[in-house]
Design a binder for this molecule. Structure first.
Ligand code: ARG
Length: 461
């Protein structure tokens, strides 16, 4: 008879029930957190005189043996045990004897146990994701430092807009990833409270010390309400949301890598180690990695919506529906971990074609705004009028088949006599990029300040 079935049951569970009801196939991933929680619980029970020292010591030794068996692959998982909590407890009792093993569950329930294990998993992985995201930022920084004057077209509506430098473009992503780290940090802080000791939902009559187990397990304090302790899954929603935003940023960068590696752009070449081939077209090298990064973002959003939907109608406190909370979180965490790792490698190994980036700037009249700005600053023309005159200049450049950055000054002066002979130096692409030296702008000087700021942040981190 499975351990969770008390004397109230006369018959064994059906095979179908076991398969439907069990979470063991996926929650065995939580074995470490489960044993860690049980070790803290047993130590506290003994300090509070609820278990004897000897009993607690045997339990601790037994739990460590179980841990070792699981890690060495010797542990036999049996679906009849339903979940990791019962599986560990059953094996513990086999090792230390039922009389001692059977005492571990005093003053707790699987409800606070699963809430604890899952929360420990989420907290640990939030830190892991922070770490991997910081590594990604470091890689972007390394690339950026070499490209503070590498010109490429900045775009809006995917149309050439204004010349920028490549470092500036990468810094936009660094800003996003920095906020992602901030989100994981703040969720970690907000959720760093222990549900252990909530028991089934109403607390326990035993004289437990929840502060002690909370501290022991790395939490700031115990959660303040036992019902909330067993039914709160905000921490799971938060990591799913945080990963969704992170993946949105990864996906946008991935999309740009796909565009940049296409024949039309040829701004970058992805390394062979991270490119794939076509089974029929021998000339092809495909950007499967960024495509998958973009694609996997979908399942991560699905996991978030999935858990919202599971939780929205649940009465307090624990309901079995909540067992559905884990797989989506595991999947999102694992997806984000591998995505961050592979994106980091992809970036480190790609080559950057500065020449093609700068060649692309010669199309699309990227410095047209500079002509308008010139008219405002040098001829005191209202911007709206300057904008109109510039439009005419662009139309003329089109007629002549040249870019505005290279048009003959005489042609411009024919359009508006207030245009001076010195206009050319304001219209060069480099000048245009460097003119935007406002805080946060693309000028090399402003880009260097942004690099400095992010470097300082990452050092202090
Ligand atoms: N396997 C369960 C879960 O993942 C553990 C908690 C079960 N508690 C209960 N009272 N059935 O949610």
């Amino acid at each position: 008879m499975a351990k969770s079935r008390s004397g109230v049951f006369e018959k064994e569970a059906s095979e179908l029930l076991n398969r439907f009801n069990a979470s063991l196939p996926f929650d065995k991933k939580l074995y470490k957190e489960d044993i860690e929680g049980s070790l803290a619980h047993a130590a506290m029970l003994s300090e509070q005189g609820i278990l004897t020292k000897d009993e607690a010591n045997s339990i601790a030794l037994g739990l460590k043996k179980v841990l070792e068996e699981i890690e060495s692959g010797r542990f036999v998982f049996d679906i009849q045990d339903e979940d990791i909590h019962m599986a560990v407890e059953k094996r513990l009792s086999e090792i230390v004897g039922e009389d001692i093993g059977g005492r571990l569950h005093t003053a707790r329930s699987r409800n606070d146990q699963v809430a604890l294990d899952f929360r420990l998993y989420v907290q640990k992985n939030s830190l892991h994701l922070i770490n991997l995201t910081a590594k990604l930022i470091n890689t972007l920084l390394t690339i950026a430092k070499e490209h503070t004057d590498t010109l490429l077209p900045g775009m809006t509506h995917l149309q050439h807009a204004q010349p920028i430098n490549f470092a500036f473009h990468l810094l936009a992503y660094m800003s996003m990833f920095r906020r992602d780290i901030g989100r994981f940090e703040s969720s970690h802080k907000r959720n760093n409270f222990s549900p252990l000791g909530s028991a089934a939902m109403a607390g326990t009559p035993y004289p437990i010390d929840r502060d002690k187990t909370a501290k022991e397990l790395g939490f700031d304090a115990p959660m303040s309400n036992a019902m909330d302790g067993v039914s709160d899954r905000d921490f799971a929603l938060e990591i799913l949301f945080n990963i969704s935003v992170l993946m949105t940023h990864i996906s946008r960068l991935a999309e740009e890598l796909i565009l940049w590696s296409s024949t039309e752009f040829k701004f970058i070449i992805l390394s062979d180690e991270y490119s794939t081939g076509s089974s029929i077209m021998p000339q092809k090298k495909n950007p499967d990695v960024p495509e998958l990064l973009r694609g996997k973002t979908g399942r991560v959003y699905g996991n978030l919506i999935g858990l919202f939907t599971v939780l929205k109608g649940l009465p307090l406190a624990y309901n079995k529906d909540m067992q559905e909370d884990k797989e989506g979180v595991f999947d999102s965490v694992e997806t984000a971990v591998i995505s961050l790792k592979i994106l980091n490698e992809l970036l480190k190994t790609m080559s950057i074609n500065k020449e093609n980036m700068s060649k692309a700037c010669a199309k699309g009249h990227l410095s047209a705004t500079d002509l308008a700005d010139y008219l405002v600053t040098h001829a005191n023309i209202p911007f709206r009028e300057a904008h109109f005159i510039t439009g005419k200049a662009v139309a003329r450049a089109e007629e002549l088949g040249v870019d505005i950055s290279e048009i003959n000054v005489k042609e411009l002066q024919k359009i508006d006599g207030r245009i001076g002979d010195d206009v050319g130096r304001f219209l060069s692409l480099e000048a245009s990029m460097n003119a935007r030296n406002s805080k946060g702008g693309t000028a090399t000087s402003a880009t260097l300040s942004q690099i400095k700021e992010i470097e300082e942040w990452i050092k202090s981190f």
